[in-house]
Design a protein around this ligand. Structure first.
Ligand SMILES: Nc1ncnc2c1ncn2[C@@H]1O[C@H](COP(=O)(O)OP(=O)(O)O)[C@@H](O)[C@H]1O
Ligand SMILES: [Mg+2]
Length: 259
């Protein structure tokens, strides 16, 4: 049988991760298509970051399989795999001694793109994330605000035409207005590049806004995978505890928080 026919663009099939005898992820199965964002929603320690780190092979799963674009990632070269994935984390992960432009062009440079193509791509992306008019290209990361740093991190994640974006609580530390701008920008970028993405958050409003579907993680297991509209009727333990954090008016007017 051709397994490809059963696979989504990104597929988790019964993925397990056991460390020191502890089952940190247990039978996790989901699929993400191009243009889709699967939000992983769960409390701290539920295994969200572990799931992302398995995708770029910073960690190795101990059971099941993960497929990207028809390939079993355990058979891919980990370096090539990582370069094909844009990864954005809460504390930016920028290289402190490099300029903004050098940070953004990291992967194109590693892939030895022609210099002129690197330069054009870097300028295009800085414009895309709303930084071009500010002339920040030659600054160091420590000379930027938190919001600007995260824009640079997003530009870097997009630089080498990635197959997939992984965002791990990327906007959690930003002020609410900047966070809102970054969320809208994420939606624009998803539309423009038709990218598949996995987006980790423990913020329910963010999950409802960003996710095309939401996977609820509870102690390493997927409790449910639903659309944002279905989420408000979900009766699983973790979904209920998240819903209880919202004012009732917001739950009933959920469409008001969606784009
Ligand atoms: N390097 C590690 N060694 C041992 N246990 C870890 C390690 N990293 C994470 N864990 C454990 O794995 C579980 C899931 O962690 P994590 O994936 O970081 O959760 P989340 O991102 O949802 O907060 C937690 O119980 C955590 O303590
Ligand atoms: Mg985490």
């Amino acid at each position: 049988m051709d397994q490809g026919q059963l696979l989504s663009y990104l597929s988790f099939r019964s993925v397990e991760f056991v460390r020191e005898g502890r089952r940190i992820l247990d039978g996790v199965t989901f699929g993400v298509e191009r243009g889709e964002t699967l939000v992983l929603l769960g409390r701290s320690g539920s295994g969200k970051t572990t799931a992302l780190r398995l995708i770029n092979r910073m960690l190795q799963s101990t059971g099941g399989s993960i497929w990207l674009d028809g390939q079993d990632i355990s058979r891919m070269d980990p370096i090539q795999l990582r370069r094909s994935i844009g990864y954005v984390i809460q504390d930016f992960g920028l290289l402190p001694h490099w300029t903004v432009e050098e940070n953004v062009s990291l992967v194109p440079r590693l892939q030895a793109w022609p210099t002129e193509k690197q330069r054009r791509r870097t300028q295009e992306l800085l414009e895309q994330v709303g930084l071009s008019s500010e002339n920040l290209g030659l600054r160091s990361p420590h000379e930027l605000s938190g919001g600007q740093k995260q824009r640079v991190a997003v530009a870097r994640a997009l630089a080498a035409d990635p197959k997939l974006l992984l965002f791990d609580e990327p906007f959690g530390a930003l002020d609410p207005v900047t966070r809102h701008e970054m969320q809208q920008q994420f939606l624009d970028l998803r539309r423009k590049y038709n990218l598949a993405s996995v987006f980790v958050t423990h913020d329910l409003l963010e999950a409802l806004l960003i996710g095309t579907r939401i996977a609820v993680l509870n102690a390493g297991k997927v409790e449910a995978i639903v659309t944002p509209d279905e989420f408000r009727h979900l009766d699983t333990p973790v979904a209920r505890s998240f819903l209880e954090t919202l004012p009732p008016a917001l739950i009933n007017q959920q469409d008001a928080v969606r784009p």
